[in-house]
Design a protein around this ligand. Sequence first.
Ligand code: IMP
Length: 414
Amino acid sequence: MTTVAVVGGQWGDEGKGKVVDLLSEDAAHVVRCQGGANAGHTIVIGAREFKLHLVPTGILHPDVQCYLGAGVVLDMEALLTELRDLQAVGIQSEGRFWISPYTHVVMPYHKEQDARQEQRRGRTALGTTSRGIGPCYADKAHRTGFRFADVLDTAFFREQVGDTLSSDAVDSLIQHAEQLRPHLGDVEERLFLARQRGERIVFEGAQGVLLDSTFGTYPYVTSSHTCAAGVCQGAGLGPSSIDETLLVLKAYCTRVGHGPFPTEDNSIFAEDCASIREVGTTTGRTRRLGWFDAVLGRWSVQLNGADAIVLTKLDILDTLEIIKICVGYTVNGEERVRPPVTQSEWESATPTYEEWPGWQLPTVGITDPAQLPEAALAYIQRIAELCGAPVFIVSVGPARDQTLTLRPQVQEAT
Ligand code: IMP
């Protein structure tokens, strides 16, 4: 399998960063294909913690080439800060980090529009990350946006942007673009050739399927295609370019921002959100918590054509006596095993739960599947069965080595 897409199967924050980091060890290329500085990955390597928003996780591996594909929306200022922060800890991006000329640039007015729209929505605000993501993608669709190459075409840019922005703001955007010019690259050609040479490419998804602008919990979604299908469009490659799709699911559910969350139960854990690392990397907001939702897990497997599941943060469930899994909903008095579509149906969706005994033993740091408590293995197997895909990898802690590879065990059971 030379190319692998890693996509989030819930509402983002599933721990994709760690998974991509692990897969980057034997990769030659890592590509972000959609989203923007709304994403946030926290990666722990030894005693160091890295917070990445736009730069692909592969940057932490010196021999990996990294890319922002055409489907990404580019906040130049945020990116420059991130690159400077990486440089400060000795991580170089020169000659190994490339931005597609087709990426659309997030303008200062996109952030203002984002804030205004949220304010106007009042009680029905989406809870966006305020990074201007929606307005930037809207301008792209309206054909009124500016791509990275357009901002670098300075005379054209000055003329087109007219008096929408102050001359200081225009100067500052051009300055940022010039600072990033060394990273302008023919991303599409580079990836096409890498694929032809059979080099390993990892596509790093951002957000999660339930935030997909088409299939997510609309309108409480982001503005990009977060499913595996978005990878090809965002990287400029054809559909046959993905050899394997890994769906990352957390062993329970979380959500930041507003919108439907049928299994929400913020009293599951005795610890606070900070202790279980459930505070947003980008916005610092605490995440809403809930039980694993297998209705949505199955939907995500289906929408992505997922080959396998990566189950993360299993260790967070270690102390629980009973663990619930949602296996269906009652919607307006009717039993369903498919996700609702309309907002009123989502509001009425009451989960049907299966209850599983907790293992009440520490799993943190277990690397041999044979050491997993039986109840933990049973929980993993039930998730595989309900979602319709085998669980290949289980994460039991934030560090690289707190990971279990389960391929044979769970495959036999599904
Ligand atoms: P936007 O992408 O900033 O427009 O926000 C739209 C919705 O997606 C909000 O509910 C955000 O909290 C959520 N969101 C956006 N990016 C992420 C992410 O990387 N992780 C989790 N939620 C996200």
